[in-house]
Design a protein around this ligand. Structure first.
Ligand code: SAM
Length: 211
């Protein structure tokens, strides 16, 4: 998977490639899906959600430019897979999932596999984690109508936020870099397709933009 789907498609960061080699994706997919764990595709998990395609996980982590001493927030923990990969590079990882059933299963899985530097919380990740902010990097694994303001504000100066933005089915992966206390630079990393980011600074449950 790492040689064919990641390195050949342009993932260059050795730390990301090593982390993707180390984390056993078959332990994060749903029971019965293990034989597809290394396919170049997202796979269904509980609560109608997905574990993201390996290439997208690697591309987002590479774009976030995570360093070994970093504190990182992941919004949309799902199975816990991306958080586990990030944990092989960063110092501390905080991951939030809005579905309790997924969050509890991910926490148990991460603990069972010994990823002790990941803390999993249940809640609305569009609001970030004010009690743990600021973060060196924030990755959002679901797509919202715009970049959540709370997440921008919880970035350290120099930190990066990687987030899919746009309508369902036609999102752009954006990288926001905090360049100063109140200033940000924005880069478009290309088209992606993610499940919706549902929350106070994302979509409402009925698919409308939250107030
Ligand atoms: N990173 C995950 C993995 O490695 O398995 C895949 C994530 S899946 C594509 C996106 C996840 O974002 C879903 O589990 C969904 O429930 C979650 N999500 C959507 N909106 C959220 C929010 N406001 N806060 C936290 N999680 C959210």
């Amino acid at each position: 998977m790492v040689d064919v789907q990641l390195a050949r498609r342009g993932i260059r960061d050795e730390a990301v490639l090593a982390a993707m080699r180390e984390v056993p994706r078959e332990r994060f997919v749903s029971e019965g899906m293990e034989e597809f764990a290394y396919d170049d595709a997202p796979l269904p998990i509980d609560a109608g959600q997905t574990i993201s395609q390996p290439y997208i996980v690697a591309a987002m982590i590479e774009a976030a430019e995570i360093e070994p001493g970093d504190r990182v927030l992941e919004v949309g923990a799902g199975s816990g897979y991306a958080a586990a990969v990030i944990s092989r590079i960063a110092k501390d990882v905080f991951a939030i999932e809005r579905h309790e059933v997924l969050g509890h299963a991910a926490r148990k899985r991460l603990e069972g596999l010994g990823y002790c530097n990941v803390e999993l919380r249940i809640g609305d990740g569009t609001l970030g984690l004010p009690d743990e902010a600021p973060f060196d990097a924030i990755l959002v694994s679901a797509g919202g109508p715009e970049v959540p303001r709370a997440l921008k504000e919880q970035l350290k100066v120099g930190g990066g936020l990687v987030v899919p933005v746009g309508d369902a089915g036609e999102q752009s992966l954006c990288k926001i870099t905090r360049t100063g206390t109140g200033s940000y630079a924005e880069e478009d990393l290309g088209a992606v397709r993610f499940v919706p980011l549902i929350g106070a600074q994302g979509w409402a449950e009925d698919g409308r933009r939250s107030a």
